[in-house]
Design a protein around this ligand. Structure first.
Ligand code: ASP
Length: 245
């Protein structure tokens, strides 16, 4: 049987895609979340249209969504079983094949900026917990008291014992004018997760992956399953093999 050959279609940038999370969304939030995604897409597009990098574009999109209280990332993150906030984020540069990731942080206003600072620093790829918070302070990354992150909506969900996936994780992928790609993901994780649980959004290859030679991916959904599948890397490998995005 003749082997089917795939001609991978090269995408010529710039382009950007933003997501605001999987899961059973709350109908009353749908309009606000759609608007938030539109604003984030516009912010990323502004970067790309001005000739900026895919990395700056995905950072801009995710920062905007982390600052938006209707998303489960930054302010508005869901609460752990003990009523605290622990956030995960990661970013990958498909040009240099470098990445940065942060897990279980409680005082970082924009975890994606911290992930990016870890990447730019270059000594390590993934920092978690107290060490990540200390690194953030040393780098001058903006922090806030833990109470800043807890919105009345998430407090109510926690009180009602809603343990479903957080819904409202955020992510973005982009390709810039020069053809470089990047991906970024940020989340508060899952409501009622155990303290110390780190999900896929902090794990390169699971929640986030980017490679100029193939494409970029940002995942959302059940983090434990996504980690087992190495989902973002698997998706990018499919693109490399010629699959349509
Ligand atoms: N993947 C995230 C996590 O498990 C949650 C989500 O995407 O809704 O932490």
């Amino acid at each position: 049987m003749a082997k089917k050959t795939h001609q991978r279609q090269r995408w010529h940038g710039p382009a950007v895609m933003v997501h605001g999370g999987a899961g059973r969304g709350q109908p009353d939030l749908a309009a606000g979340q759609a608007e938030g995604c539109e604003h984030a897409t516009a912010a990323a597009w502004e970067v790309l249209a001005a000739g900026g990098s895919a990395l700056d574009a995905v950072t801009a999109a995710v920062v905007l969504l982390e600052n938006h209280p209707l998303f489960n990332a930054g302010v508005g993150s869901c609460l752990t079983s003990t009523g605290t906030v622990e956030m995960d984020a990661s970013i990958m540069d498909g040009h240099r094949l470098t990445a940065g990731a942060v897990g279980a942080v409680s005082t970082i206003v924009n975890p994606i900026r911290l992930a990016r600072a870890i990447m730019e620093d270059g000594r390590h790829l993934f920092l978690a917990g107290a060490g990540a918070e200390a690194f953030a302070r040393a780098q001058g990354v903006t922090t806030a008291r833990p109470e800043y992150f807890i919105t009345p909506r998430q407090r109510r969900r926690w009180e009602e014992g809603l343990g479903s996936p957080g819904a409202g994780t955020v992510g973005a992928v982009a390709i810039d004018r020069t053809g470089h790609v990047a991906a970024a993901t940020s989340t508060g994780g899952r409501t009622h997760k155990l303290p110390g649980r780190i999900g896929d959004s902090a794990i390169i290859g699971a929640g986030t992956y980017a490679d100029d030679a193939a494409g970029a991916a940002s995942a959302t959904g059940n983090g434990e399953a996504i980690i087992l599948m190495g989902l973002a890397r698997a998706a990018v490998d499919r693109l490399r093999d010629g699959a349509h995005p």
